[in-house]
Design a protein around this ligand. Structure first.
Ligand code: GDP
Ligand code: MG
Length: 349
């Protein structure tokens, strides 16, 4: 994307808020563009999309678990339920193995009996194959999920769980669901060792396999450490089959129940504020390094600024970025000639 083809961020924000899918696609492309000009434009876009709404509305759902457990199949089954309930859905599939179904859209559409998902205005799917960085979810996934939340009632992020990713997804999602593979000990090991925060909802998929699935479900119920649990949430373990469409209605209802629980207990606002500031710090660190964080007042200082402007953390992010860019530019002018002269000067001193 060249400089001249960058969109006007304010106009784009209006179109995204209206739910225009082309605008959402354009916004996601912009967030994916790492050129300096694009980053400035993206920061302005996110700031214009921000508001109280982002602390109170919509539902960010994270689905994680080992490859092959049936995450994509379950997402398909859930999309059908959500669409039947009249909710619009955006999906970010970070799972590289999702490419065939989710990347094309049409195949996914077949599965959910919508002839072609591109004809359903209330459904938007973006595949981010290979973005599952070693040791975590790529940083762009986070602003992307927020951009989608400005357009859709439900935003689902599917990631492959490999230890660290569950932690990342727990820092994005309002509700995190772990999909377990029957007769696989991984989930139970992770839970016992405390590697993963306890997901809000468990699904043991492939219950059509019978006893193995039931055994895994009861092992999970016993393994989650009690002390880390929230007192007033019951961490349901759902036995489901995506391909047989068994238990899906009840499974789907657990997501609504958890979203209502977060609203009722006033947890949602605090959760989202914390998640947002953690990711802003992470984005700043990615762009400016540890030195940048220090120049901006240190992690604690940044978090305080963000907390003071919780309903528009992206605006605060933009302000801090601009400040850091000007600091970096003043000590390190961009022209290579200037740098060369500078180094020559030093060499002769
Ligand atoms: N027997 C059975 N197989 C399933 C079920 N759900 C998914 N699968 C199969 O499991 C494989 C992996 O599914 P997929 O949704 O791609 O898993 P993901 O890697 O976790 O996204 C596919 O071959 C599915 O057809 C189920 O409920 N029962
Ligand atoms: Mg998948």
């Amino acid at each position: 994307m060249t400089r001249t083809s960058l969109p006007d961020p304010d106009q784009l924000a209006v179109r995204i808020l209206r739910g225009e899918r082309a605008a959402v696609a354009g916004g996601l492309n912009l967030l994916d563009n790492k050129l300096a000009e694009a980053r400035n434009c993206a920061a302005r876009l996110l700031a214009s999309l921000s508001g109280e709404r982002w602390l109170n509305e919509g539902h960010l759902v994270g689905i994680t678990g080992p490859p092959g457990a049936g995450k994509s199949s379950l997402v398909c089954a859930m999309i059908r339920e959500w669409r039947l309930a009249g909710r619009s859905v955006g999906v970010l599939a970070v799972d590289p193995s999702s490419r065939p179904e989710l990347g094309g859209g049409a195949l996914l559409g077949d599965r959910i009996r919508i002839k072609n998902s591109s004809q359903d205005e209330g459904l938007f799917i973006r595949s981010l194959a290979n973005r599952n960085q070693l040791g975590g979810v790529a940083t762009e996934v986070w602003p992307m999920s927020w951009l989608m939340l400005a357009s859709f009632d439900i935003v689902v992020i599917e990631t492959v769980g490999v230890g660290q990713t569950e932690i990342d997804i727990a820092d994005i999602g309002d509700t995190v669901c772990y999909v377990a593979q029957p007769a696989s000990g991984d989930t139970i090991q992770y839970l016992k060792s405390g590697i993963i925060e306890i997901p809000d909802i468990f699904a043991v998929n492939k219950c059509d396999l019978g006893a193995a699935a039931r055994k895994t479900a009861s092992e999970i119920s016993r393994s989650a450490p009690r002390q880390d649990r929230r007192e007033d949430w019951d961490y349901p373990v759902c036995l489901v089959s995506a391909t047989m469409n068994a238990g899906i209605r009840e499974f789907h209802e657990q997501f609504d129940r958890h979203r209502k629980y977060l609203a009722r207990t006033d947890l949602l606002r605090g959760l989202r504020t914390r998640h947002q500031s953690a990711w802003v710090v992470r984005l700043l660190k990615e762009e400016f390094g540890t030195l940048g964080l220090e120049l901006a007042g240190g992690r604690a200082g940044i978090e305080r600024c963000l907390g003071d402007n919780a309903s528009n953390q992206f605006a605060e992010y933009e302000r801090i970025r601009k400040h850091l860019l000007s600091r970096f530019m003043s000590v390190n002018p961009p022209s290579s000639l200037t740098r060369k002269e500078h180094s020559d000067e030093q060499a002769t001193v």
